[in-house]
Design a protein around this ligand. Structure first.
Ligand code: NDP
Ligand code: HSE
Length: 441
């Protein structure tokens, strides 16, 4: 293969000594992209590839059959492999495999957010004890560089806030519902066909995938272990087309947001839920499978990272970037990148949801009779919830129900929940359909 026409960077071509030998674990969407990208370079060689089913028909027909194996363990224990690239997915098995690779003194690059979010702390310690690196740029926001920028270029900042659109599947669904009026199920089917969704899309749709990713970004930001299970997580499955229309009329778009806020007192506010984003904010403009991460640092101010958060080549781009950091170090005679060892100190204590402060959008269905809006206002007022907008939308002729949307000022979640309870108890309230928080940069 010639190198002259390839888009090689300084890092990728700096030294052309003995190629660094890679063991690739997984040859699905991401693994295929990694293989294609690495075939452009002469200073790396893929020595073995582990897959689940060696007989499966593959898009890449040029791969020599003798480098494929169903034994992941044989790749990890191969003394002629310098670097393991884990792109199999899953939780317990890849965790065990990454652990054995690090313990055997091999560098690891992974795209696995579940493993990093759940076992990162232990694995980072193991990596530094063994003088090797565990790099994971692709685990958050696919092709967008965010892990290394937070760990390096922005390292001098106190990160005050992060608001991320970190899941391509849900953003794709919301965009298709917004732009083409598709219903949720059809939009999800499209996202699955395009290879963005996880094998079980529940993790995407219910926000758990984004929760893993914000757990990772939060850990980098506060330098503490962040327990994914402690992150309040809501998905998008209850959002209806009517909410998207109502939000648009009020000047907002709806997006699934993963949020990190540093508090004054070591407390951190970390959560994932859909939010109304003012149309004036760039996060409201993020369409389809694209991801974006808006970061507020105390020195840099606001910065935003944008691009493809999923897919074959975008994700491979991040994996290959990590590979070349290590290739460069190894070919320069360094055994590891000491500056990229990652040490977390203690556990973060996330703010309980009822203590968070937000503005809210509430859509409810009531009887259509005099005094209903006044009663809703009373329930809010009694619990310290102040309204900024009230909108009534048509009457359903069959049920004689009115759809009412309320927008609130900032209020503590505990007060809002008490007001919702009071509204629900009113005899004129038929159903509270949707409660969303409003993003305030
Ligand atoms: P795929 O399901 O497309 O591919 C998984 C690959 O791993 C397949 O080649 C499969 O083998 C192989 N594999 C699975 N289990 C085993 C096992 N026990 N032993 C050996 N091989 C195994 O997954 P993706 O490529 O989509 O995702 C891989 C990782 O990257 C995941 O952690 C995912 O979260 C992450 N990621 C994915 C993104 C995307 O856009 N898809 C974006 C960012 C991160 P076989 O081919 O034989 O079935
Ligand atoms: N399923 C994930 C998404 C893939 O939709 O964003 C990237 O992690």
């Amino acid at each position: 293969m010639t190198t002259a026409t390839n888009p090689q960077t300084h890092l990728a071509t700096a030294h052309k000594q003995t190629p660094v030998r890679i063991g690739l674990l997984g040859l699905g969407t991401v693994g295929t992209g990694v293989y294609k990208m690495l075939s452009r370079f002469e200073n790396v060689t893929i020595r073995k590839i582990a897959v689940k089913d060696i007989t499966k028909q593959r898009q890449l027909t040029e791969i020599p059959q003798d480098i494929l194996t169903e034994s992941v363990e044989s790749v990890v224990s191969d003394p002629d492999i310098d670097l393991i690239v884990e792109v199999m997915g899953g939780k317990e098995f890849p965790y065990q495999i990454i652990k054995s690779a690090l313990a055997a003194g091999k560098h690891v690059v992974t795209a696995n957010k579940v493993v990093i979010a759940n076992y990162g702390d232990e694995l980072f310690q193991l990596a530094s004890q063994n003088g090797v690196n565990l790099l994971f740029e692709a685990a958050v926001a696919g092709g967008i560089p965010i892990v290394l920028p937070l760990r390096t270029s922005l390292a001098g900042n106190r990160i005050q806030q992060i608001a991320g659109i970190l899941n391509g599947t849900t953003n794709y669904i919301l965009t298709r519902m917004e732009q083409a009026g598709l219903d949720f199920t059809d939009a999800l089917k499209e996202a699955q066909q395009m290879g963005f969704a996880e094998a079980d899309p529940t993790a995407d749709v219910e926000g758990h995938d984004a929760a893993c990713k914000i757990a990772i970004l939060s850990a980098i930001s506060c330098q503490k272990q962040v327990d994914q299970a402690a992150i309040h997580t809501e998905g998008i499955s209850s959002i209806g087309a009517i909410d998207i229309d109502m939000a648009r009329e009020l000047g907002y778009a709806i997006r699934l947001i993963a949020l990190y806020k540093a508090g004054e007192d070591q407390r951190v506010d970390i959560r994932v839920h859909p939010m109304l984003i003012p149309v004036s904010h760039p996060l409201s403009k993020i369409m389809f499978e694209n991801n974006a991460i808006w970061v507020k640092g105390d020195a840099v101010g606001d910065v935003m990272f944008y691009g493809k958060g999923a897919g074959e080549l975008p994700t491979a781009s991040a994996v290959v970037g990590d590979i070349f950091l290590l290739v460069h170090a190894l070919q320069n005679g360094q055994t590891s990148l000491a500056g990229l060892h990652f040490n977390l100190e203690g556990k973060a204590s996330p703010l309980p949801m009822h203590d968070t402060v937000n503005a809210y959008y509430i859509r409810l269905e009531t009887q259509d009779e005099a005094g209903v809006i006044g009663q809703l206002g009373k329930a809010c007022g009694e619990h310290g919830v102040s309204l900024t907008a009230v909108m009534q939308k048509g009457i359903d002729p069959q049920t004689q129900s009115a759809t009412i949307v309320l927008l609130t000022h900032d209020v503590q979640e505990a007060n809002l929940q008490a007001a919702l309870k009071a509204m629900q108890a009113q005899s004129t309230t038929r159903k509270i359909h949707t409660v969303l928080r409003v993003f305030q940069p």
